[in-house]
Design a protein. Sequence first.
Length: 296
Amino acid sequence: MRILFTGGSGKAGRHVVRHLADAGHRILNADLAPLGHPGVHDLITDLTDPGQVWSAMTSLASFDELDGGGAQPAFDAVVHFGALARILIKPDCETYRVNTISTYNMLEAAAKLRIPKVVFASSETTYGICFARGERKPEYLPIDEEHPVVPEDAYALSKVSNEVTARGIQRRSGQDIYGLRISNVCEIEDYHRDFPAYADDPAPRLRNIFGYIDVRDLAQMVSRCLETDGLGFQLFNVANDDLAVPQDNAEIRARFYDDVPVKSPMQPRQAFYSNAKARQMLGFSPQYDWRSALGS
């Protein structure tokens, strides 16, 4: 496929871009910073500027496309990861502006150019827990895509706004637009640096609902979205099957979620952030986990 990827130079994006490129896809990385990956052209693009977004979506993907002549090649898909990644990078108003305007620009251009597939990064924060002031608990466990979204912070608000925008544009355009509510993204280095301490104190994982996703499995999820057509507008949780802490499910529930209803019986290591929809509709199956990385 010929893919426009936004935000391919970030922590998550760079792994997904490499995975897609290694799979033989042609990638144009639209970002404010270059990735520098062999075979992937970097196009420095301000996604908050609609003219730049439109130009990027009608751009050559590499110099060798000059040799073909004829009509300008079209992109088969857009993968949109470009965003401010959390609160407290820029002021809240700028976080909301950048994340919503960039996503609107991307979705609107892709619809008008009739690009058939868009995959965009949403977030676990949409459920209103991660960046809430004080403690917020889920309404039930495990959290699935039907759980209410009640964001309070600028980042999560921007992600919910983007989901609403995507749903509306898909209704008009008929494209396949899939939003990924991504759990805390982890690299191997994160496992070695942070995870051993959770054996003594799992509380630092509370705001992430004790969930995570390995960058390599996130790349798999994006691939599954690109390979699966005809689903219209969909939202998918993206998380590992396992908890991010060594304590079992019942122990964590007793300590942190004792008054939270459980919708169905849960296995000892089962994550509180359900990926069942992605498994059923896309064939998603996480392959990488912190226990294997640490030899535990």
